[in-house]
Design a protein around this ligand. Structure first.
Ligand SMILES: [Zn+2]
Length: 351
């Protein structure tokens, strides 16, 4: 039986995760507010408009505001009662979005969610323990402006890298979970991300635990050049070792999974799951079209297309995420038990 102290500790851990998960969702859906007036010229405003059109990321990371001395005014995100869908533009109550796990109640489009929020959806209450919290983004090449960008991202998201690794349990089955967060540098793979992923794999290997990685990444982190690219080999060989020892690796692809992450650990899963409508690929569709000078088929690089072509095993909706993961984990936990039973039976027969 669990002692009252354990119970209190679990309650404390659960509250800490829920607090972070709430901050995550506000960070994605809240209203940006700055204490001060933005002094944007007509030209700057125009540039910002074009940027917004170009990428969704521009909405997530709005342009900063500077005071008249050129000093940056930090922005805060305030939770609003209504959330506007970036896809269909319709507004719905935050309550409705929450009940729907941040899938648009009107059009069904999946909104991006933060790492802590995702963990709070799948892990058992009080089981969450974060690991490798001391590894953070660094600037190995002295890339111009990179350090300042890291600082800004840290301030905006409350994260120190675009990945969270944790140990927890789903329906009582312990596992190691790694979640990439698209708010921090579009979840791109830096040296620190590669290190954290590798350590999580090694931890799972040592403790003989299943491994679950949620990918959401724009690819390699340009500012870290070759250091970033080297992480592909590092994570791949770690997964390979894990696999050789018989570890179970579930790879969960979310929107977007591209570049170096797709080309390394994200596509090495024993079981590959994906969120509906997620963009999954290496290079973007426009680059491919220009290279092969042909039109791409409809729905190319979306999870549904990849499922039809055998690249993804199953598309899992956010609402059924925990149930599906439970089934897979239980199935494999049982097989493991089964195989040990069979082995011991075989040994007895021999004797
Ligand atoms: Zn919508």
């Amino acid at each position: 039986m669990r002692s009252p102290i354990t119970k209190i500790y679990e309650m404390y851990k659960d509250r800490a995760l829920r607090k972070k998960a709430h901050a995550d969702t506000v960070g994605h859906t809240g209203i940006r507010f700055t204490f001060g007036k933005a002094k944007a010229t007509a030209e700057e405003a125009d540039n910002q408009k074009n940027k917004d059109k170009k990428s969704e990321a521009a909405d997530v990371y709005p342009e900063e505001v500077k005071d008249k001395n050129g000093l940056r005014i930090p922005a805060v995100m305030i939770p609003s009662s209504f959330i506007t869908c970036r896809s269909c533009g319709r507004r719905a109550l935050r309550r409705k979005w929450e009940d729907n796990y941040y899938v648009c109640p009107e059009c069904g489009k999946y909104a991006p969610i933060g790492a802590y929020y995702r963990l709070s959806l799948i892990l058992d209450k009080g089981s969450f323990t974060e690991i490798d919290t001391d590894i953070k983004a660094e600037d190995p090449l002295g890339f111009p402006g990179y350090k300042e960008k890291i600082e800004r991202q840290e301030e905006k998201t409350g994260l120190n890298e675009s990945v969270i690794s944790a140990v927890g349990s789903i329906q009582g089955i312990r596992l190691v979970t790694v979640v990439l967060d698209s708010r921090f540098f579009m979840g791109s793979m830096s040296r620190a991300v590669g290190e954290k992923v590798t350590r999580a794999v090694e931890y799972a290997m040592e403790e003989k635990l299943p491994l679950l990685i949620f990918s959401a990444s724009g690819g390699a982190r340009m500012q870290e050049g070759i250091y970033s690219l080297m992480q592909m080999a590092k994570t791949t060989s770690a997964i390979e070792q894990f696999s050789e020892k018989g570890g179970l690796f579930i790879s969960f692809l979310t929107n977007p999974t591209t570049g170096g992450v797709t080309a390394s650990f994200a596509t090495l899963g024993d079981i590959t799951l994906a969120e509906p409508g997620a963009l999954i690929g290496f290079a973007g569709p426009r680059v491919i079209e220009q290279t092969i000078s042909r039109k791409l088929p409809k729905g190319f690089q979306r999870s549904e297309y990849l499922e039809n072509h055998g690249f993804v095993d199953r598309i899992v909706e956010r609402s059924e995420m925990r149930d599906v993961l439970t089934d897979i984990l239980k199935l494999h936990a049982d097989t493991r038990k089964f195989s040990t039973v069979r082995k011991s039976a075989a040994l007895e027969n021999k004797g």
